[in-house]
Design a protein around this ligand. Structure first.
Ligand SMILES: C[S@@+](CC[C@H](N)C(=O)[O-])C[C@H]1O[C@@H](n2cnc3c(N)ncnc32)[C@H](O)[C@@H]1O
Length: 281
């Protein structure tokens, strides 16, 4: 037996009896359950082109986590480059080991990950900044959110665009555990608490696996649920000249969202929606 097969055999026996949850990597399941970076980058790429009439090249991903989205941006075109910012070095390290490692050297040279607070300004101006998966909702007061938005604005080139996502609808104000089944696991989005007086909410992500084992509170979010009109007002207060809401279209057969987002001033009273807001410097 080679030393490599011996090591694998030893690992197998030391894992014997362990549940899937004990062996599972929470970032791997987060990426599978929560992210669709191809669709997200399609939206960013096409929206930038439709507003500015040219392609964006340099992108900054705030709250980048494992930098999955930045890696997708890098793969799109040889002229693309990315900076990812996150203040958790362990998450950045996971991204380096599992996402950046899949890029070739030429692609790897076009991405930088920085252990940095998004509230720190950066001189390296970019065409587009993304703050996705509602991460900015950790700023709970209007002053904090305005400060973050204005720092993001300063990090953009004169014709740069700032992209955020938002969610809402009357179901978003309920305490609820919503479950989505995937081939090998079930993903739970758990809105544990919502306080209508402050707008504060506490949410968890849990996973359940084929053997019945569970990874509870794989991720926890202590957020304020901001509304679209509040976000647009605060973007304006932070100096952005214009903000546009991109609302999801409806599939006529299923009545569900069709994944196509268009600019509009009129949404529907959906029980649960996700939208994008694009702000122009
Ligand atoms: C919900 S995850 C977002 C992951 C990714 N952006 C996505 O689209 O799925 C939030 C990330 O923000 C990071 N974070 C929280 N506060 C931050 C701050 N002030 N500056 C930079 N990163 C921050 C956390 O470490 C975490 O990795």
């Amino acid at each position: 037996m080679s030393s490599d097969s011996k090591r694998k055999q030893q690992k197998k026996s030391s894992n014997a009896g362990a549940t899937i949850a004990q062996l599972a990597d929470r970032h791997e399941y987060y990426e599978k359950a929560v992210q669709c970076v191809e669709a997200e980058i399609d939206i960013v790429d096409e929206t930038y082109k439709s507003i500015r009439g040219k392609r964006a090249k340099r992108l900054r991903e705030d709250f980048c986590g494992t930098a999955n989205t930045s890696c997708e941006w890098i793969r799109r075109r040889k002229t693309n480059s990315a900076i990812g910012l996150d203040l958790d070095q362990s998450v950045l390290d996971w991204g380096i080991a599992n996402n950046l490692s899949k890029l070739n050297q030429q692609q790897r040279d076009r991405i930088i990950l920085k252990n940095s607070n998004v509230l720190i300004g950066h001189d390296d101006l970019v065409d587009a900044i993304l703050a996705m998966n509602f991460s900015y909702q950790l700023f709970k007061t209007r002053d904090q959110l305005r400060q973050y938005f204005s720092i993001a604005r300063e990090g953009l080139k004169p014709d740069g665009l700032f992209f955020i996502d938002a969610y809402g609808g009357y179901e978003s104000y309920k305490t609820v555990k919503e479950k989505t089944k995937y081939d090998n696991f079930t993903y739970y989005w758990h809105q544990k608490k919502y306080n209508p007086i402050t707008g504060d909410m506490l949410c968890h992500i849990h996973f359940k696996f084929r053997d019945g084992s569970k990874m509870k509170k794989a991720f926890t979010y202590d957020w304020r649920l901001w509304t679209l009109p509040e976000l647009r007002e605060i973007l304006q207060e932070a100096g952005f000249t214009k903000s546009t809401v991109y609302w999801e279209g409806t599939d006529e057969e299923s009545g569900e969202g069709n994944g196509k987002y268009s600019p509009t001033e009129k949404g529907d009273d959906d029980p649960s929606w996700i939208a994008y807001v694009v702000a122009e410097k």
